[in-house]
Design a protein around this ligand. Sequence first.
Ligand SMILES: Nc1ncnc2c1ncn2[C@@H]1O[C@H](COP(=O)(O)OP(=O)(O)OP(=O)(O)O)[C@@H](O)[C@H]1O
Ligand SMILES: [Mg+2]
Length: 673
Amino acid sequence: MIRLSQVTLRRGAKVLLEAADLSVNPGEKVGLVGANGSGKSSLFALLRDELHADRGDVDYPARWRVAHVAQETPALARPALDYAVDGDTRLRRLEAELADAEAAHDGVRMGELHAALGDADAYTARSRAERLLAGLGFTHGQMDEPVASFSGGWRMRLNLAQTLMCPSDLLLLDEPTNHLDLDAILWVEEWLKRYPGTLIVVSHDRDFLDGVVDVVVHIDNRKLRRYGGNYSAFEAQRAAAVVLAQAQYEKQQRERAHLESFIDRFRAKATKARQAQSRMKMLARMEELAPLHVTAPFSFEFREPLKAPDPLLTLEDVDAGYRGGGGPDHVVVRGIRFSLRSGERYGLLGVNGAGKSTLIKTIAGELQPLAGRATFNRGLAVGYFAQHQVDMLRYDESPLWHLARLAPPDGKSVREQDLRSYLGSFNFPGDMATGPITNFSGGEKARLALALIVWQRPNLLLLDEPTNHLDLETREALTVALAQFEGTLVLVSHDRHLLRATTNEFLIVADGVLRPFEGDLDDYRDWLFRTKLGGGGEAGGPVAPREEAGAVPGREPAPAAPAAERRAEKRTQAEDRQRRSAARKPIESRVKRLEESMAKLTARRSALDAQLADPSAYAGEGRDALKALLVDQAYLVRELEELETEWLALQEELERLETAGQGDITAVTRRAR
Ligand SMILES: Nc1ncnc2c1ncn2[C@@H]1O[C@H](COP(=O)(O)OP(=O)(O)OP(=O)(O)O)[C@@H](O)[C@H]1O
Ligand SMILES: [Mg+2]
């Protein structure tokens, strides 16, 4: 049991928690949510004993083993797989002790240690680590590569694998999905559902939270509020609470107006002065209640872009990649012919590691082409948000410093006051704008990086995973701002909602080439599942690009194959079947989960309907509550609809997999004949 009682936590000038209480039962799966900078990561630091509460107590059983994800990855020569196994520290300790015992020829101790290693599942450790890494998107080849050879995002995955390897009673995960693509996210979801310990996970990803958690803890106004149920349930409950608060607020406004008019009328009259005074006191007291109501949501917009050339830039037969520095160059995407016309809005697709970021860097002019020619036309103003943009900020400097050192977009000098009010509009008020950013939360840094780009008035936006770290509200603000942006856009994002709302066309990087993807995101998901089936895409390729269509199974019957070939073929078929069933699994479990959620929601809805059918709900005092019930009902209906739509889509997906499988078999029998 974790218990926080009357905890007050300050960081710098900011009070994050004030007399907050919380209890979490063993085995519960908790989603910790709250706006950027509200104190989620700080709360983790508190639980890990890295921070101390200014007041109050934090308690959980002393024998609990706590696992969390390291934020740094040392640049080790150690193979990725060994690094993952290192996460099981008990195992590594036992192994070291065994080596000592062997060196000392201590037979008794060796026997004990072998037994202990058996208890620690030592003999399955490597295969468990392999499964973890495979689930997180590593190929078997990559598992043997040194840790140092992986890029930032992949190192975070390695750290996550280490954490999941570590046997623990309490698992603390701070935004684990940030560096993952969709299939890895689904895999982590499954893993976490089976995790037997107590889990607290911070995430801004609603679908992910819904899949994993059964309790939501919201950092709200310096308190910890606990809600039973998943994230959607939390949203519904909170929406109802907001409506109630709004109703109370309105009621209070009416009372205030009444008091004010009383005061106005009687202040001047000596006989009534005392009464007026007491009313004034009352009014002052009320003011403390008022700010409870909903704050206006954060929003921003891109300014009208500077005039753009057309085309903005052209790549002719460009090979994008990295200079070998002595050795051969490493080409990631080859033969790119691409001309970016003004006003185009592309979503750039491709699995992790396919080369999206390399391509974007080349378009941004940050990476020189290895071959071919890149022409950037005069007047091009690029706003580039790199995948790890926040790392490029100077942590010892302030937001104001960052902004001031950018040349003013239109060449005119700008007053400091204007810079400050600009930062204010991005939710960096007074002190926050002038102090160093070193202690900013992840989301606050990401928001600053975004503000710096908006300031430059770009006519071409190149955004590589811009939503990592951003809370839901800021994400929504970005979506709206991008939808209204009048310039040209190339966007990489695993946020499907953002892609849908802001881009018109898709490009895909796969198998080392860039091409148009003539489908929508659902087609892309199909393609993902299918290439997983096809084993990395060499036969499949994206469905949509037409020239690939002929390359799928079911083509010309081949002459009867010699035995060795037939064996190889059988083996491929068996592998295919396995892959297919692996592809079905995440879908099936999602379907199951959806069905559970649907059942729960339907039950809740019947209960609500019954409440609403009760005449007393409509009488006098019940009115406020009624409003809340109605909102709840509306939410439930919407939510159910969403779930049903997804359920249907997944069913179709499963059917498609089924027929794809049969297609394979027919192709095979035809061949065998
Ligand atoms: N060492 C520090 N000194 C002063 N202030 C700090 C320090 N560390 C963090 N803060 C401030 O405390 C607040 C909470 O930070 P924290 O990282 O806990 O937020 P968070 O909820 O995890 O946010 P995000 O969603 O962006 O990750 C932030 O406003 C941050 O600027
Ligand atoms: Mg955080």
